[in-house]
Write a protein that binds this ligand. Sequence first.
Ligand SMILES: *Cc1c(COP(=O)(O)O)cnc(C)c1O
Length: 378
Amino acid sequence: MNVIPPLDLTQQFQTIGDEVNAAVCAVLASGQYINGPLNQQFEQAFAHYIGTSECVVCNSGTDALYLALRAYDIGEGDEVITTPFTFIATAEVISMVRATPVFVDVDPETFNLDLAQVQAAITPRTRAIMPVHLFGQPVDMTQLMAIAQAHNLLVIEDCAQSTGAQWKDAKVGSIGHVGCFSFFPTKNLGACGDGGAVTINDAAIATRIRILREHGSRVRYYHEEIGMNSRLDAVQAAILQIKLRYLDTWNAQRQAVADRYQQLLNRVPGVVTPKPLPGGTSVWNQYTIRLTQPEGTSSGEWRDRIRQKLQEQGVSSMVYYPIPLHLQSVYQSLGYAAGRFPVAEQLAYEVLSLPMFPELSAQQQEQVFYALKDSLVH
Ligand SMILES: *Cc1c(COP(=O)(O)O)cnc(C)c1O
């Protein structure tokens, strides 16, 4: 049986392997492995692609978020509003700078922050809002920026899953005060290892981030503040520069995959397909459906059973995310009880991410469709 993986990076490498091999060998031969001209070239290319004046590359998406918080002096006593339905890194960095993550529930259609609840969660201690464009689907940034401006709050966009996504005519990462990207291999623009970037239009904050990522130094061995080591390897910069040229093509292929899924799954009883907001252009880092739980089942057992049956028919799937952040053991100290964010909690029981990558074929998608239909009735 041919197993369909959730993601297959080998096919992508077949198309760009020669270019990547040559670029990697050139870096190896150059003897310059850290910083250097390739990093600067990629920073310029990525800033241009996103539509900001500056880009600062770093070691991961987590570091990008952390560096952004540090650069704006967000810390002890500050609150940052974010979503409980995301990867841990989003909230983790808020805790790392000793600020407090304040969760609000999400919208069941978009999986993103419920903006009406964001408004209600603002206190005198709130410094920033950290929206996540989850699964590649942009948050309504018009509404979010209006809320932020009315309360003089910073907007730190977590764009880890949404490289290339647009809200209206602007790329995410260029709309808030700062955009934070991950180049983890499974993201839309993935390195062959870890990597990340911050995009920003503020030259002073960009400089501060450059200082922080280099042990708090502007001039080597002269340290102004406590920073860290968060550099991007030259090998990764070389690879990312090549891949950036293909990103729009790959994202268009993901859109075609999403359209085919929508056609196939639209009328399957018990399946809710994702529908992007008008005004948003998703880049489909994940194609995540909801499997509505029949009466008498609970706690995700129905979804987990379907997932198991899919696996038996050669269809891999993933659950992003099985536990919302407010119920994680690490965040018990924040004092959120079960039931506090009913939408996030229900999504955790219902979501299933189907195989999604640019090269996924129509035939493979049909296999997913038949396997799913079969699993739901038997
Ligand atoms: C992947 C991811 C991150 C972290 O990026 P890393 O490069 O893995 O550190 C942060 N937020 C979200 C939403 C992510 O999906």
